[in-house]
Ligand binder design. Structure first.
Ligand code: HEM
Ligand code: HEM
Length: 190
């Protein structure tokens, strides 16, 4: 298994980055859309894909721990390096917190969690009114709901900053940061 080198990133880093990035952007967009518009038909899809991304996130975090973070391509000021580091941490911790808080909110809220057709946590219908559900643990469900909402919006902000950073490197600094994440061998000046 090849590790990242300063001039070329490992295929694992690249594949995991783009799989998680595309799924995160999709789930954030679907999450906001379905909640704002009350589109309940999308909830089971959102939950199933949210559980699926958790598998890639576990692999990604394990790979980050084994491999370390990619080295900067250029010689940047310490403020720029610190900002990039903070945003990368917010992104990676956010991708861990979203599936966990989603399962807490839905599972402990009594709504149940399925992975496509496979039931992971059964719903808990209210015997007095079977159309409604009763929470299994209302406090955990509420914590999950709060974290899911706040971290979701924090992540949208962090992704915008991350994208602006990637474009600044590519268009203004004209270095290999973005090309390296796209699989190219690049020159390193730091
Ligand atoms: C990385 C994975 C995930 C992302 C990025 C994500 C993102 C979001 C976002 C941005 C919202 C809208 C929040 C709001 O406006 O309050 C949302 C809502 C929701 N998510 Fe997720 N989610 C993920 C995983 C999950 C999982 C695994 C579950 C459950 C198993 C889940 C269940 C829900 C539910 C039920 C809502 C609607 C909450 C409501 O009606 O107030 N999500 N999600
Ligand atoms: C919008 C499209 C995106 C672009 C163009 C992009 C681009 C990049 C680039 C060029 C790097 C390399 C930075 C370096 O060499 O220091 C990077 C790293 C990283 N990106 Fe993205 N990214 C995008 C979306 C995302 C999303 C949605 C997430 C997670 C929610 C994410 C999480 C990360 C993380 C954690 C790193 C640090 C290195 C790693 O763990 O692989 N990115 N990204």
């Amino acid at each position: 298994m090849t590790l990242d080198s300063p001039t070329r990133l490992s295929p694992n880093t690249i594949a995991l980055h783009w799989i998680v990035a595309l799924m995160m952007i999709g789930l954030l967009a679907v999450g906001v859309y379905m909640t704002e518009n009350g589109v309940y038909a999308l909830y089971p899809w959102h939950k199933s894909l949210g559980v699926l991304i958790a598998l890639f996130v576990v692999l990604r975090v394990a790979w980050r721990m084994l491999n370390g973070w990619p080295k900067a391509v250029g010689d940047y000021t310490s403020i720029e390096k610190r900002l990039a580091k903070i945003v990368h941490w917010v992104l990676i911790v956010g991708t861990v917190l979203m599936p966990i808080s989603g399962v807490m909110m839905s599972g402990m809220g009594g709504h149940g969690v399925s992975f496509f057709n496979l039931e992971l946590i059964a719903p808990n219908p209210d015997p007095a009114n079977p159309q409604e559900v009763l929470p299994l643990n209302a406090t955990l469900a509420q914590i999950g709901h709060l974290v899911h909402g706040w971290v979701g919006y924090l992540l949208i902000g962090a992704i915008v900053l991350h994208l602006v950073g990637a474009l600044k490197h590519h268009l203004i600094d004209r270095d290999g940061t973005l090309r390296r994440m796209l699989g190219n061998e690049v020159e390193v000046t730091s």
